[in-house]
Design a protein around this ligand. Structure first.
Ligand SMILES: [Zn+2]
Length: 304
């Protein structure tokens, strides 16, 4: 099953290091870190004018830090806001903080969505920034306010346990990090990620009033809640595909990936396996699927 049920938009001509005013009071700068996981690279945002916030300073990348600082030359960076602690989003925080003295806001340090099972090895693909510590830990509904802008913290766990979106509700804008992206679905890889949390976070976003979403990668999404409903239906369809495959007999995760992800980029096979695991973990918890021992990447699964 392909992802063609979702109205993706991969038209994003922004070049690395170029400062673009996407909307009044919202500038964006692309980092030069393209990959199958990051699309054209990480997008950092500058919110406000004069006294500004920088959202997601990006990976450990000196050129990108310089581009951001150049973009705000003559202005004051009062806040650094981080959506989540993946290595393509948070490590450059240290550089921007050192240069500006801004206060760093985020949900908290990196953590997994659940404890690691004994049989589980460390997932090297997780790409977590375990060094990151915010100055201020934000929780649901907290307001981060600056000169002419105001962001509300909206918990959106699932892609990571500490993922936060930041809603500028007067402008009907939300900065949604990697929780919702216009170019692709998000990776939900246990134990860092959780499918149950991810689906609940999609529901939470779709129920809010913000319409225009700015993501950590790729173009903005003009009708965010409608797009989120496509994502929800897509995951429900994927779950149905897994159950359909298991109806033919017990299977391991590579077998399910080959049956479900036709024509997938081979570099994304591992990530696809973890997405299937995320669904299986949820199905096991709901008593619909069984496995021997804990639901892990190497397990064999069958219908109950
Ligand atoms: Zn991420």
């Amino acid at each position: 099953m392909a992802d063609d049920d979702i109205p993706f938009n991969r038209n994003f001509p922004l070049k690395p290091g170029v400062v673009e005013e996407a909307r009044p009071g919202v500038r964006r700068v692309l980092c030069d870190n393209p990959s199958p996981f990051t699309f054209s690279g990480t997008v950092s945002y500058i919110v406000g004018k004069g006294k500004v916030a920088i959202i997601d300073p990006g990976p450990d990348n000196e050129a990108h830090a310089s581009a951001l600082l150049e973009a705000v030359r003559g202005e004051t960076v009062t806040h650094i806001v981080v959506t989540h602690t993946h290595r393509d989003h948070s490590p450059n925080t240290a550089r921007i903080k050192a240069a500006t003295g801004a206060t760093v806001y985020a949900e908290g340090p990196h953590r997994a969505s659940r404890p690691r099972y004994e049989s589980e090895k460390h997932n090297p693909e997780s790409g977590a920034d375990r060094e990151f510590r915010p100055d201020v830990q934000v929780k649901s509904g907290d307001i981060i306010e600056g000169a002419g802008w105001k962001l509300e913290a909206v918990p959106t766990p699932g892609h990571t346990a500490n993922h936060m979106a930041f809603a500028w509700d007067a402008r009907k804008i939300s900065f949604v990090g990697d929780h919702v992206m216009g170019w692709s679905t998000s990776i939900v890889a246990p134990p860092d990620g959780s499918m149950v949390d991810y689906m609940a976070s999609l529901d939470r976003l779709a129920g809010r009033g913000e319409e225009l979403y700015f993501s950590g990668h790729g173009p903005e999404i003009p009708d965010g809640p409608r797009y989120v409903r496509f994502l929800i239906r897509h995951r429900q369809a994927r779950e149905a595909s897994i159950l359909h495959r298991l109806a033919k007999g017990a299977a391991d995760i590579p077998t399910m990936v080959r049956a479900i992800y036709i024509g997938i980029d081979p570099r994304l096979m591992t990530a696809a396996g973890y997405s299937v695991l995320a669904h299986l973990e949820d199905l096991v918890a709901r008593g619909m699927v069984a496995t021997d021992g804990d639901p892990v990447i190497g397990g064999t699964y069958r219908l109950v």
